[in-house]
Design a protein around this ligand. Structure first.
Ligand SMILES: Cc1cc2nc3c(=O)[nH]c(=O)nc-3n(C[C@H](O)[C@H](O)[C@H](O)COP(=O)(O)OP(=O)(O)OC[C@H]3O[C@@H](n4cnc5c(N)ncnc54)[C@H](O)[C@@H]3O)c2cc1C
Length: 510
């Protein structure tokens, strides 16, 4: 029987699933998710990602079942699986969403494309997110994003006529079989569309009232933020449906709810950033490995300090706010934007660590790891994009501003509970007599900072500004802005939106 294959990737839902909808218009389908061992061996893969995936697949499987269909989850390399399937039961078309993933999934996609060409199988890839494949001109991007999110969401099919797999698949591998580490955050979010919808509803109807004013402090952020990132990364929700649900909610709120409306508007701008950042990796996959601005090559790479990296990963830098964030991440798999930025900035400036190994470590820590956002942000917070004004977060000031009473650091660092309020920000400076009185000792219960913060940050800034000031580095900036910079739309006297001048663009990401 003639049929097409729908290859599910990071789009684990039936609603607003363009690839499935297209395929069903041409007859029966065989729906496939492929667990690819080579991808799970990657330095950015973690057990929490695998378990979240399995939870999401389980939910999707039940959705299929309710519609008389079936999702097949198989283990193997994509080309080998497709080849075996084609040999046993030839299909006429392959459907999937476009994927902007890491270098491994990119190479895998090129191999699949080659296989399809060799077998004269058309591979129809539908647009995913508001990301444009083959984008020629960044100036057009905002309009393309608007168009994409404005199109109606596709309903989930009422029934799904499905083909069966022509073999019996053995049990799926475990995380350990795939070579993944055993440890995972005990308090991480769980996968699946059912939970994703609950999180979206609770955010739009209630929690988003705290979005404005609540997203910066790690105390309020876990509830004030939407917490949708992992569900977007795994595609349990489509970006478009989240944008449209938010727009509806915005329309439903009366002007009396101005604060709430401002929060929801700010949230929609983050959804725009989501795609804006993924577009960078889509347009230039090399930024996973190479400095976005090549003038920064050699900037930190040759000064790698393993002791600094180990202290950071172990949550033993000595700066309570940094160490508490590392602990929270280990337990929950999530941190708010500001604390992520502070972690990377601390790694990049006072600890002077290259963004690549830090990025791989954090990719495994973040449940919502999305390569396009992640690597762009790693570079941005490390100052290697060359187009963003460097933001250097001082962890002591962050504690002062966002955890003045030490509630956060005491939650995650038990020894801090014995430190009196006066010494919360710089506990290593506590006089010995007080250490004895409170039974909390520097060098034993509390770490000494790995470097002197002020001096090391000053040195880092000097190096950065010396490089930024070099004529050839300044000259090469324009090209990066042209390719990746955000375009603020300004209005001319004729009311025609145009891109902001390059000098303004660099500040517009945040
Ligand atoms: C170093 C670093 C690495 C990051 N890595 C990732 C990552 O791998 N995956 C990821 O989804 N986000 C990443 N972010 C962005 C941001 O921190 C998270 O999206 C956010 O904390 C997720 O929580 P939320 O869904 O509650 O966010 P909300 O504030 O509710 O935002 C809603 C959605 O908008 C998008 N978004 C929010 N902030 C940003 C941003 N600054 N840039 C791009 N998109 C954004 C996300 O999809 C998010 O789910 C990173 C930020 C930094 C500084």
């Amino acid at each position: 029987m003639s049929y097409s294959v729908v290859w599910f990737k990071r789009d684990l839902r039936l609603n607003d699933h363009a690839a499935l909808t297209q395929a069903l218009a041409h007859g029966p389908v065989l729906c496939l998710y492929i667990v690819e061992p080579s991808l799970w061996r990657s330095a950015d893969a973690a057990t929490q990602h695998f378990h979240f995936l399995l939870e999401s697949l389980r939910d999707l499987y039940l959705e299929f079942k309710r519609r008389g269909g079936r999702l097949h989850v198989v283990c193997g390399e994509a080309v080998e699986v497709l080849d075996k399937l084609y040999a046993l039961q030839p299909f006429h078309t392959l459907h999937s969403h476009q994927e902007t993933g890491n270098a491994l999934s990119y190479t895998r996609d090129r191999n699949v494309a080659h296989w399809c060409r060799t077998h004269a199988i058309p591979w129809r890839q539908s647009q995913h997110f508001g990301v444009t494949r083959g984008l020629k001109n960044r100036d057009l991007w905002k309009d393309l994003w608007d168009q994409y999110v404005g199109q109606p969401c596709l309903p989930a099919p009422a029934t799904i006529p499905c083909m069966a797999l022509p073999w019996t698949e053995p049990a799926l591998p475990t995380a350990a079989d795939l070579g993944l580490d055993r440890a995972e955050p005990t308090q991480r979010q769980r996968g699946g569309r059912t939970l994703a919808q609950q999180v979206l509803d609770s955010f739009l109807n209630d929690r988003s009232q705290q979005y404005r004013g609540g997203i910066s402090s790690p105390l309020s952020a876990p509830t004030a933020c939407s917490r949708l990132s992992a569900y977007l990364t795994f595609g349990c929700l489509s970006l478009r449906e989240v944008v449209q649900a938010t727009t509806l909610q915005l329309k439903a709120l009366s002007p009396a709810h101005a604060w709430h409306k401002k929060g929801l508007t700010a949230f929609v701008s983050r959804l725009y950033w989501h795609c804006h950042f993924i577009q960078k990796l889509e347009s230039e996959p090399e930024i996973e490995f190479q400095n976005m601005h090549r003038g920064y090559d050699g900037f930190r790479e040759n000064d790698w300090n393993p002791a600094h990296f180990e202290a950071l990963k172990a949550g033993k830098t000595g700066w309570p706010m940094v160490d508490a964030c590392v602990e929270m991440l280990r337990e929950t798999g999530w941190l708010n934007f500001r604390m992520r930025a502070m972690l990377v900035s601390t790694a990049a400036y006072p600890l002077w660590l290259d963004w690549r190994p830090v990025g791989h470590w954090l990719a495994r820590q973040f449940l919502d790891y999305e390569p396009g956002i992640h690597w762009s942000q790693l570079q941005m917070q490390s100052g290697t994009t060359g187009i963003n004004i460097p933001r250097i977060y001082n962890p002591i000031k962050q504690a002062q501003d966002h955890d003045p009473n030490g509630i956060f650091v005491r939650r995650w660092l038990p020894a801090m509970r014995r430190v009196p309020d006066t010494w919360l920000l710089e506990p290593w400076k506590m006089p010995h007599s007080l250490q004895v009185q409170h039974n909390v000792y520097v060098g034993q219960d509390l770490g000494l900072p790995v470097v002197e913060l002020e001096a090391s940050t000053r040195t880092a800034k000097q190096k950065l500004y010396a490089l930024r000031g070099q004529p050839q580095v300044r000259a090469a900036k324009r090209e990066v802005v042209q390719k990746h910079g955000s375009r603020k739309r300004v209005t001319t006297s004729k009311q025609k939106p145009v891109s902001a001048p390059a000098s303004q663009q660099q500040t517009l990401d945040f």
